[in-house]
Design a protein around this ligand. Structure first.
Ligand SMILES: [Fe+2]
Ligand SMILES: [Fe+2]
Length: 205
């Protein structure tokens, strides 16, 4: 066992059930939390790369679609938080094959506005306007939200950026272009169940 492992063992909680936990245990855990949480943007970016080369029958692969959606939003003057939402909106295709918008929405939820979260969460329903009728479904299923305050914003996201981002000839920015944006947006949660503990941590983030 090398010195590094001895050091991490020493800093681990000693309980076998949380009912046995002590303040010292939780200081050890809390001390590990922020360094790990601060790397969430890197883990998300690594996961996004899993979409590379995955076409699923579409004209371009899923990573290219994400880059094109984000590039179109960026070039249309959208702010950084919106662009990051656009970049990540389909990241859930890997683990959420039957509910991919939920996965992306959960990942970005602590870091974005209620409106941007809603757009991400519901983009699947609104995107259906462009193809559900070809699959025997109701293209107007989005109408269930027609009185919602974010209906227009979500419809606009799909019309201008998401449904438009399958052009094999479009020159998108590379992932590296967006990486600093993802790191900035995900640097600190706007809301989180753990916000109080995070705010108490000295020299956090
Ligand atoms: Fe999607
Ligand atoms: Fe999409």
């Amino acid at each position: 066992m090398d010195h590094h492992n001895e050091s991490s063992d020493h800093n681990r909680a000693q309980f076998s059930e949380m009912t046995e936990g002590t303040a010292e245990d939780w200081q050890a855990i809390a001390g590990e939390f922020l360094p790990y949480a601060s790397k969430v943007a890197d883990r998300v970016l690594e996961h996004l790369k899993l979409l590379d080369g995955d076409f699923g029958g579409f004209p371009i692969d899923r990573l290219s679609h994400c880059l094109q959606t984000a590039t179109r939003a960026h070039r249309d003057g959208r702010d950084e938080q919106y662009v990051v939402m656009a970049l990540l909106h389909d990241i859930g295709d890997t683990l959420g094959s039957f509910n991919h918008p939920d996965v992306a929405a959960a990942i970005i939820k602590p870091f974005v506005s209620e409106e941007n979260h809603w757009i991400c969460q519901n983009h699947g329903v609104f995107q259906g306007y462009y193809y559900f009728h070809y699959l025997g479904m109701d293209r107007n299923v989005r109408d269930q939200f027609k009185d919602h305050k974010y209906y227009d914003a979500c419809a606009e996201f799909c019309e201008k950026y998401d449904q438009a981002a399958f052009d094999a000839d479009y020159e998108s920015e590379p992932l590296e272009f967006f990486e600093p944006m993802v790191r900035r947006v995900m640097a600190r949660p706007l809301q989180s169940l753990y916000a109080a503990a995070i705010d108490d941590a000295p020299a956090a983030a």
